[in-house]
Design a protein around this ligand. Structure first.
Ligand code: DQA
Length: 143
């Protein structure tokens, strides 16, 4: 079974209560369960992690680079300004799918820039939890 890391950035632990009109009513644990289940159906062994800490996220990406593990990444607010995250993403050799629950391009101006998109295999945005399901399908098709 191919192992896949689903990595979620800052404030995504608050899903369920965080701006539900934008991010939906499912909690982070429910999202994680959705990802594990979708992965199992695709023959993927999915591990979901969340952190508010940029250096921890960079460390997880280093580990994924070392082990050539595919990554589904929702960098959350780091998307828009973290060059250290972008550089860590550039180290990856297996597929990297950038995901967002909302469609940042349809929101505030500062969300229109993704510093990660240019080093991702592809980006899926705007489909709520289905963004993750679609990303896992993309990984399954690529590996
Ligand atoms: C987000 C979009 C980002 O702009 C925001 O900072 C997030 C969540 C999304 O999944 O829609 O935290 O990445």
């Amino acid at each position: 079974m191919t192992r896949v890391l689903v990595l979620n950035g800052p404030n995504l632990s608050r899903l369920g209560s965080r701006e539900p009109e934008i991010y939906g009513s499912a909690t982070h644990e429910e999202l994680a369960e959705t990802c594990r289940k979708a992965g199992a159906e695709l023959g993927l062994d999915v591990e979901v992690r969340q952190t508010d800490d940029e250096s921890e996220l960079v460390g997880w990406l280093h580990d994924a680079a070392t082990s050539a593990t595919p990554v589904v990444l929702n960098p959350a607010a780091f998307t828009h300004y973290s060059y250290s995250l972008r550089d860590a993403c550039a180290l990856l050799t297996a597929p990297l799918i950038e995901v967002h629950l909302s469609n940042p391009a349809a929101r505030e101006q500062f969300r229109h820039t993704s510093v990660v998109a240019g080093v991702a295999t592809g980006s899926i945005t705007g489909f709520g939890q289905d963004s993750y399901r679609l990303a896992l399908r993309a990984v399954a098709a690529l590996v």
